[in-house]
Design a protein around this ligand. Structure first.
Ligand code: TXA
Ligand code: MG
Length: 334
């Protein structure tokens, strides 16, 4: 199959809608990462998404919607708190899990009786969803296990020959996937941290952070979100997360332990002799650059990547959560 890349504009939205109506799958830009979209009500389209990604079929997909009203089409029960959060944070990087109606096929929900919803903050993608008049099921547009793509070119690397069309909307502004929450008696529980932070949610309701966000799952734990179980975000090189707030101590450590096949992601690269790639001094910059820099490190043939650990506050928690998985929980404390 030939994979076309089209710049985002009205004509390419029409072409994408036409393909989606025919149960084809199309990569689309969102403000978080690129998604691999198909008709979320069509088992046939959803199967193609799982196949193209090589994704385990018990890992459910998010339904992307263009209007809050659509919740009533597809959710059996819409918590009042969900409406409040939607009003404040949608369109945006917040995904909410609710009981599903039977019109949502089990293929989409990975066999669960709940389904996740998000309204992406990307005007053209919202127009596309509206034009389709069905929700777009869309996981991140990477091969399962690799870092999520933040540019059309990275989608192409993973999906060429497997899908007919990539809509190129430029670089994603957040660079990390959305916050995933579920509703609990007192408020919400964060299953995956993202751009809508625990601090932001706690202004509205009690907000718990699932312990798997930081610790990962023990073999005996039940995964509240199937995505927690799987290896994630990993580049080919071996990644180490280095916890160290003192930039000089960090620089001395990596200078001592690096060779020509080492890449370093540091908050401050001034005194670092090894090759470095863009990272950031703030959690927001780290979120924007992390996945792209992990992919670039692989392109240079790196064998080992040292990354200075982010703080666990605000969007830093999301960076920490992705990084500790990319590092397969290998943490060096200095
Ligand atoms: O920012 C994002 O969320 C991007 C863009 C494309 O919207 N999408 C994305 O999708 O990251 P995906 O499939 O890569 O991650 C969705 C996560 C998975 O960890 C999945 O297990 C979890 O959400 N999830 C989806 N539906 C769920 C449900 N019903 N119950 C629990 N977890 C669910
Ligand atoms: Mg993903």
């Amino acid at each position: 199959m030939n994979t076309e890349i089209l710049k985002i504009e009205p004509k390419s939205i029409d072409i994408a809608a036409e393909l989606l109506r025919k149960d084809e799958i199309v990569a689309i830009p969102t403000e978080t990462v690129y998604g691999l979209a198909g008709n979320g009500l069509s088992p046939n389209a959803v199967k193609k998404i799982f196949e193209a990604k090589g994704r385990p079929n018990d890992n459910p997909l998010i339904l992307h919607i263009s209007s809050v009203d659509w919740l009533y089409r597809y959710a059996e029960e819409v918590p009042r708190l969900a409406l409040k959060l939607a009003e404040r944070f949608w369109p945006g990087p917040l995904t909410m899990i609710m009981p599903k109606k039977s019109i949502v096929p089990k293929e989409t929900s990975g066999g669960l009786d709940t389904v996740a919803f998000r309204m992406p903050n990307s005007p053209w993608t919202l127009k596309l969803i509206e034009a389709c008049d069905f929700p777009l099921a869309a996981p991140s547009a990477n091969l399962s296990g690799l870092p999520s793509p933040t540019r059309a070119g990275y989608v192409y690397n993973d999906m060429k020959g497997k899908i007919p069309l990539i809509i190129d909307g430029g670089q994603c502004s957040y660079g990390l996937e959305s916050t995933v929450i579920t509703f609990i008696e007192k408020g919400v529980k964060i299953l995956r941290p993202g751009g809508v932070t625990a601090e932001m949610l706690s202004e509205f309701c009690e907000t718990e952070i699932d312990k798997a966000v930081i610790e990962g799952l023990k073999d005996t734990d039940k995964a509240l979100s199937p995505g927690m179980k799987y290896k994630h975000y990993s580049p080919k090189a071996e990644v180490f997360m280095v916890e160290c707030d003192d930039d000089e101590v960090f620089a001395a450590f990596v200078n001592e332990n690096s060779d020509e096949n080492t890449i370093v992601l540091a908050k401050n690269s001034d005194n670092i002799k090894a090759k470095t790639l863009p990272y950031g001094r703030s959690a927001k910059q780290e979120a924007e650059t992390l996945f792209a820099s992990l992919r670039k490190a692989d392109e240079t043939g790196a064998k080992k990547i040292y990354v200075q650990a982010p703080s666990k506050e605000g969007i830093g928690l999301a960076v920490y959560n992705r990084l500790i998985r990319a590092a397969a929980f290998k943490v060096i404390k200095l």
